[in-house]
Design a protein around this ligand. Sequence first.
Ligand SMILES: NC(=O)c1ccc[n+]([C@@H]2O[C@H](COP(=O)([O-])OP(=O)(O)OC[C@H]3O[C@@H](n4cnc5c(N)ncnc54)[C@H](O)[C@@H]3O)[C@@H](O)[C@H]2O)c1
Ligand SMILES: O=C(O)C(=O)C[C@@H](O)[C@H](O)[C@H](O)COP(=O)(O)O
Ligand SMILES: [Zn+2]
Length: 369
Amino acid sequence: MAQIDHTVHVALGERAYDILIGPDLLAEAGAILADKFPGRRFGIVTDENVARAQLPRLTAGLDKAGLHYETVVLPAGEATKSYAMLERVVEGLLAARLERGDLVIALGGGVIGDLAGFAASVTRRGMDFVQMPTSLLAQVDSSVGGKTGINSPHGKNLVGAFHQPKLVLADLSALDTLDRRQFAAGYAEVVKYGLIDDPEFFEWLDANLGEIFEGGPARGEAVARCCAHKARVVIEDEKETGVRALLNLGHTFGHALEKDTGYGDRLLHGEGVSIGMVLAHRFSTELGLAPGQDAGRVVAHLKRAGLPTTLADIPGTLGSTQDLMAAIAQDKKVQRGALTFILTKGVGQAFIEKGVEPGRVAAFLDAVR
Ligand SMILES: NC(=O)c1ccc[n+]([C@@H]2O[C@H](COP(=O)([O-])OP(=O)(O)OC[C@H]3O[C@@H](n4cnc5c(N)ncnc54)[C@H](O)[C@@H]3O)[C@@H](O)[C@H]2O)c1
Ligand SMILES: O=C(O)C(=O)C[C@@H](O)[C@H](O)[C@H](O)COP(=O)(O)O
Ligand SMILES: [Zn+2]
């Protein structure tokens, strides 16, 4: 019997699903899948690191439950969110003769979740999929809410679909094999929830950061609170026509930095979000919207987590402000050519600002470089 510490229900009508959070869910996944999806077959998509560290725990349980599965193993890292890897996954699923009624399993971090979810959405015009997030980032953010996709040479996540999973299994013990840099990158998205509209959560994180990083009970609570927060937002605005844009705090800057640094090891997504959230606070201060000391609190907390907080923390040379502005112009929140930013009045008081003048953003970037 699986131990489930927390359940979050994502109430999306006929697309509703549960997020189950517990200590050993990969090992129990075979029994859970056999019960929820009787008679179905499975296509596991994962990356080389996760195949080494976590896949055997999953397949042992699938074997025990007598389930049929095929596995596609991809290179690890952000560069895998590409057209070439999308083709590899789709062709792998087809070669395995998985039917439309079978399920894709995304076993890995956000890269695998986004790519495999998108592949599921287009293969045979739409297969169901299950998220089995193994990074902190994927457990608190990317496995929930149905944003799937890949990067384009024009920018981050520019090709994709909203495609909700049928189930999310977040196995907390999977995080034991994640390295510290990746854990910290995921933690940036944890902090994001506090900064959006939950100052009490930000305070709680400040008090529990050590325990979260060391793997104490606060870690599971943090994952559950983030999932509950994200589920609330997604239920209200599944396709990002309104409040969901708040989940993009720090991402307009962050995505531009990820593109500029080539989607590689120089800057992980969560690290870009960390710097982006600081820039969003500083830009808000610059515009006279937020007190300067709130940006200071954010920087201090992110630094405690070992995260980068300034452009100078990014190794190597960044492109010009013009290059960054060109990337920002491709942001999916752009409407009729006008920029939208998530700005803030202070910790836990983020808001959506449409029609931000590009000249002001460029001047701000020039000033902080
Ligand atoms: N869809 C969404 O709503 C959403 C939300 C946030 C981020 N994202 C996307 O998620 C991606 C980032 O996700 P990520 O930070 O998980 O990156 P990732 O998928 O690259 O995983 C990070 C690294 O950790 C390794 N790894 C993962 N789990 C492991 C484990 N348990 N043990 C050992 N190694 C493990 C991976 O192999 C990889 O090298 C970005 O592409 C970002 O755009 C999407
Ligand atoms: O779920 C959302 O909505 C988010 O914005 C969550 C973000 O953390 C995530 O990085 C997402 O992929 C960004 O979406 P995008 O639409 O800006 O590409
Ligand atoms: Zn993100």
